[in-house]
Write a protein that binds this ligand. Sequence first.
Ligand code: PGA
Length: 258
Amino acid sequence: MESAQRKMIVGGNWKSNGTVQSIKDLVNDVLNKAEFDTERVEVIVAPISIHIASVKALLKENVKVAAQNVSETGNGAFTGEISAEQLKDFDVQWTYIGHSERRNVFGETDAQVANKVAKAQSVGLNAIVCIGEHLEQREAGETNMVLKKMLDAFKDSVKDWSKIVIAYEPVWAIGTGKTASPAIAEETHKYIRSWVKENVSEEVANGMRIQYGGSVTAATAPELISQPNIDGFLVGGASLKAEFKDIITAMNNSESTA
Ligand code: PGA
């Protein structure tokens, strides 16, 4: 399968940002005005959990809502956690797992990521699983090894690969204004796809959507999305601005999947 057959996918990651009013404005003024072909581009946004209900209610049907995180436990005495079952019950179809900030700020381990993937899979939740290397690791030539370790760690938690999207987010590019060059991102995505081919199957590798994340802007999106192995983006800062609409438009109008 060529990239032409993979539906592009962009996720907005609002992180711990927004007020009731600013989020309402973002949905009405940006997302609900975005025009794109849902056969070509899938758009997902992840508000903080207390905003999920209101965002779902306000959004047009063409944009889906994701949780930023999911519990590695089930329901029960786990104060502060939201389980995969609860997301599913609330008709939230997507969750991010293992975002760089979860791993690096909150100390989430590969084993926890694997548990979260297993929980998501157990209820049929779609998961965007995030992986990425630190700057020192890239400079030491360890990028592929680091990514392999992260991928190996959750591999056995997956029963249905069609419900997995991989987000490649180099830690050095997140929130720094330093987007990976299209060549670096493409080379790394190619490695990730080869890992999927080797460890799962060629068919799954060909269908796997791999997002790039890390300082994506409306200016950097067009060239990145034209790379054959880049199937979309995970967008932080720019997803809180009107610019997010331009990123969606750039994807919708890109030639790589035309
Ligand atoms: P950024 O964040 O676009 O602000 O770099 C990306 C992310 O954290 O997913």
